[in-house]
Design a protein around this ligand. Structure first.
Ligand code: HEC
Length: 115
């Protein structure tokens, strides 16, 4: 009987350990669009002046403060994977991150609106 209790206690501890590990992994994965934007080096070319993001080099690429006017999240996801074009041109850089990051980044672009 005692051994059974010990086993149950150990199982409970193991469960809590695994559960909290999962929570911390998920917390790490839940990046916001701004983080992905800089991690994916979009700021090599683009600034987002409305959020205080400066571009690292003066490539002349457009400021994205008002990017939302160009389309919805689905459009941005395709555009950044070079599957569709904007004003007759494909995006010069191919998105290198994962699908989930692309989804978050695309959603974030739809929130960029300057007054
Ligand atoms: C090598 C430079 C470069 C990089 C890196 C880059 N872009 Fe671009 N991007 C451009 C250029 C050039 C255009 C075409 C519009 C223009 O002339 O600025 C453009 C256009 C866009 C547009 C359409 C803007 C509009 O209103 O016409 C969006 C949105 C965009 N980029 C988002 C991104 C995101 C998000 C990333 C990072 C994953 C990224 N770009 C990385 C150069 C770049």
């Amino acid at each position: 009987m005692k051994i059974k209790h010990l086993f149950l206690a150990l199982a409970a501890i193991a469960f809590i350990a695994v559960a909290s590990f999962n929570v911390s992994v998920n917390a790490q994965e839940a990046k916001d669009g701004k983080t992905i934007f800089t991690e994916q080096k979009c700021d090599m070319c683009h600034s987002v002046n409305s959020l205080g993001i400066a571009s690292k080099k003066k490539s002349g690429a457009i400021d994205l403060s008002n990017a939302s006017v160009e389309g919805d999240a689905e459009f941005f996801a395709k555009y950044l994977k070079k599957e569709t074009d904007l004003k007759g041109k494909k995006h010069p850089a191919q998105f290198k991150g994962g699908d989930e990051e692309l989804r978050i980044l695309s959603e974030w672009l739809t929130t960029l609106k300057s007054e």
